[in-house]
Design a protein around this ligand. Structure first.
Ligand code: PLP
Length: 456
């Protein structure tokens, strides 16, 4: 029996997994959630010495049901594994007794977003091949998402991708990754504005009827359920390599990565405590500590991919913490959208605190952690990983502690050089980018300017 999907705001028709791949957000503005959590068994997922693709296929099968063409899930999972450059796909490295780092950055763009994006690209291609439709995907990016999407969708049949990034505000490496795909179905726009301008433009573009001409229009942002569920398999892979349930410390921006860990645990996998580690953009930490969820301006930090003012997937956790009360969830998020601030009911706050904890790590602590990990463990880490590892070192070691490592340090050479005094070595997938031809259009931050660009 296939699972169906409800909206966290309770006013959307049920859909299936395919609907969540193609639509991203529910029609009532809520986020898709499976109508129930299937039971998963780690021994069954890993039976027969299963590799990563097999674990991912087995884990996602109950979520997908019959919503994808036969064999499409397994092929998409295989594609993820084939495009990763490490034989373990997501190696687990023990830094010192009981303290581990789960390396999620061995993919084609050297950040963890490859894991879910490659999977979704494979699934979307199969769906469109079966239905005969075309899809226009829009995404705003502060760097890593655009690179991962550009790589995953480059050359895809039936899919056009438009990526909007803020001109001059992504690292040179991230820009090169986005602009050198060489694919005619990927258009990159450098917007004279900031990331919020890019997000606003994507929202506006989603409402432009003329773009729809014979195709569907959607977005591949971090609330996409297919993307989110595509991150649960690496928790299973990590758990299979540890004798006991571990505490997982997750560098957090939009809370997708951490919520995937919650999903794995909710379905019965041996996952211990979940700790969301943020940089000084700490709306989630304040919500859990004070019960007031409040949006403030995003402040720039070294862990740029976590500079998020209101973590979009928090709505999923809140929905669960209310006992799946869609009316209450809708009320809270509608108030939040209007006022930028809501106070969580006491019982909901208590329920949230039973599920996750959150800590904020300062810029000084991030640099200190990069230095410490180099000095004591001989490893160069990126600033995002440093945020998680700093928080992980503070966790009481009653069992194993795993810090998730979300990007290769060579994606952030300036931060590494500033902290350690030398530039990180580049892995093969980040070499030779400078020699390739860049293709992007520079536009003003207005809808008219974006729509005037040819080739969408
Ligand atoms: C996107 C990203 C994060 C944050 O992940 P969320 O799922 O948004 O919490 C952390 N680190 C890196 C390198 C990222 O690209």
């Amino acid at each position: 029996m296939s699972l169906s999907y409800v909206s966290t705001r309770g006013r959307s028709p049920l859909t299936d997994f395919a609907g969540t791949v193609i639509n991203g957000i529910a029609p009532d503005g809520g986020l898709f959630a499976p109508s129930r959590w299937p039971g998963l068994d780690l021994a069954e997922l890993t039976a027969g010495g299963a590799d990563y693709a097999t674990i991912a296929t087995r884990l996602l099968t109950p979520f997908v049901g019959e919503a994808l063409p036969e064999g499409a899930l397994a092929a998409a999972a295989r594609r993820v594994q084939d495009r990763f450059l490490h034989p373990d796909v997501v190696p687990l490295v023990e830094l010192e007794p009981g303290l581990h780092v789960l390396e999620l950055f061995h993919g084609p763009t050297a950040a963890f977003k490859d894991l879910a994006m490659q999977l979704v690209a494979g699934m979307a291609e199969s769906l469109l091949a079966a239905s005969g439709e075309r899809l226009l995907l829009l995404t705003a990016t502060s760097g890593d998402t655009g690179a991962a999407a550009g790589n995953a969708f480059a050359g895809a049949n039936r899919i056009d991708l438009v990526v909007l990034h803020p001109l001059g505000r992504v690292s040179p490496m991230q820009r090169l990754q986005m602009t050198t795909t060489g694919a005619s179905n990927v258009l990159n726009l450098a917007v004279r504005g900031d990331f919020d301008d890019c997000q606003r433009l994507v929202k506006a573009l989603l409402g432009v009827q003329a773009l729809k001409a014979g195709r569907r229009v959607s977005s591949v942002n971090s609330i996409n359920w297919a993307r989110l569920s595509g991150q649960a398999p690496y928790y299973a892979a990590a758990a299979s390599r540890l004798a006991q349930p571990a505490t997982y410390v997750v560098p957090t921006g939009n809370f997708g990565d951490a919520f995937a860990g919650w999903v794995a645990r909710q379905c019965g996998l041996p996952i211990g405590a979940l700790v969301a580690a943020t940089n000084r953009n700490d709306a989630l930490v304040r919500a859990l500590n004070t019960g007031v969820y409040e949006r403030t301006r995003a402040e720039p930090t070294a862990s740029v991919s976590m500079d998020v003012q209101a973590p979009s997937n928090f709505e999923r956790l809140l929905f669960e913490a209310t006992g799946r009360d869609a009316d209450l969830t809708r009320g809270l998020f509608e108030d939040f959208a209007k006022q930028g601030r809501v106070t969580l009911p006491d019982d909901v706050l208590a329920a949230l605190r039973r599920e996750v904890s959150a800590v904020s790590v300062s810029e000084d602590e991030t640099v200190a952690e990069m230095r410490r990990t180099w000095a004591e463990n001989g490893r160069v880490i990126c600033p995002h990983t440093a945020v998680a590892l700093h928080a992980a070192r503070r966790v009481e070691r009653t069992g194993p502690v795993v810090a998730l490592s979300t990007a290769h340090p060579a994606k952030f050479p300036d931060s590494v050089e500033a902290a350690l005094g030398f530039a990180p070595e580049r892995p093969p997938q980040l070499q030779g980018l400078e020699g390739r031809t860049e293709r992007f259009e520079t536009v003003d931050a207005t809808l008219d300017a974006v729509l005037a660009v040819p080739g969408q």
